[in-house]
Design a protein around this ligand. Structure first.
Ligand code: MG
Length: 331
């Protein structure tokens, strides 16, 4: 029986949603967090139907998982070593099936069970379209990662390959850009997994903390690649007043990744990869690369303000550099 939210009514909806939180957690108007000497990190992410997800490419449980993963990825990229939980604001039309909401909360809870934290509270409202806004709360470890802490001479590293999520979306949408291009089964599976069930890189952050050379201070530049690898590097450079040099041969392509402009563009700017992008002193970078099997060295930070270049040609890389791709393809 596929009841709608209008048929359930607000109190029954809240009663059902309370099953996804610890017992009694949603009974009151506020949630109390335990005291903790570590600074708290907070971030909010909004997902809108038709923009960040659609029924065509995203199961409701994946909508929930991705929402948590995006938030926790931002916490990891700021230095969070534990997650208290999330608050969830849900807006949906009255004709939305309960099964969709149940699926979303099932995905939210599955991701929290995997990476830490609980549903602390939230709110629901009727609205003209489906929207999910999540606020995540976490605790800072010894390293506060900032975009503005990259320094010339640092090594640029990332926790994994890029472009997989964009490829996964293209596969799920049967994008004509893929027609006639042979893709290995392993690459197809990895791409769909990365799109549907991205992993917030909290473990990679923990490894980074564990392997800092003692002689170095707690200073590193960092962000995540939720908006794409190039945007992450641009963010580091502009916030730090630095530039970057990227080695085309070291673009973090996945195994079996095809060659060509489209594929380099998806790697650099496909988005929603949710990998850490870090600017580290060379000795720290090397230790982390040695410990993280999927991590990649992609280039270095330079003193040239806001200028990202290819190492081999010295040619500038920026959004204009991608215009020629956009004549045939859109992101
Ligand atoms: Mg982000």
């Amino acid at each position: 029986m596929n009841e709608t939210l209008a048929e359930l009514g607000e109190s029954e909806l809240l009663r059902r949603l309370s099953r996804f939180a610890p017992p009694g957690q949603l009974n009151d108007d506020s949630a109390a967090l335990g005291s903790d000497s570590r600074p708290m990190l907070v971030n909010t992410d909004v997902l809108v139907d038709g923009i960040h997800f659609s029924d065509a490419s995203t199961k409701p449980s994946d909508v929930g998982w991705r929402a948590v993963a995006a938030n926790l990825s931002d916490l990891a990229a700021s230095g969070a070593i534990s997650v208290d939980g999330i608050t969830v604001a849900l807006v949906a039309p009255g004709d939305t099936p309960w099964s969709w909401v149940e699926g979303v909360y099932t995905g939210l809870k599955a991701a929290l069970d995997e990476y830490g934290g609980v549903i602390l509270g939230g709110d629901c409202s009727k609205g003209s379209e489906r929207l999910l806004s999540i606020t995540a709360l976490g605790r800072l470890g010894p390293l506060r990662l900032h975009r503005g802490e990259a320094r010339p001479g640092d090594i640029l590293v990332t926790s994994g390959p890029h472009g997989l999520s964009r490829l996964g979306l293209a596969i799920l949408q049967n994008d004509k850009a893929l027609h006639g291009i042979p893709l290995s089964d392993a690459l197809r599976t990895a791409a769909i997994n990365q799109h549907q069930r991205p992993i917030p890189r909290l473990a990679a952050l923990q490894d980074l903390l564990n392997c800092k050379p003692e002689s170095l201070p707690w200073r590193a530049g960092g962000t995540d690649s939720s908006d794409g690898l190039l945007a992450a590097i641009q963010g580091l450079c502009s916030s730090s007043g630095c530039g970057a040099s990227l080695d085309e041969a070291l673009l973090p392509r996945s195994k079996d990744w095809p060659t060509g402009d489209l594929w380099d563009r998806w790697c650099l700017a496909g988005g929603e990869d949710f990998e850490l992008v870090l600017s580290l002193p060379p000795a720290w970078a090397q230790r982390w690369l040695d410990r993280q099997p999927h991590s990649r060295h992609i280039g270095c930070i330079t003193a040239e303000h806001n200028m990202i270049r290819w190492q081999h040609s010295r040619q500038r890389i920026d959004s204009q550099g991608f215009d020629h791709f956009r004549t045939t393809q859109t992101l």
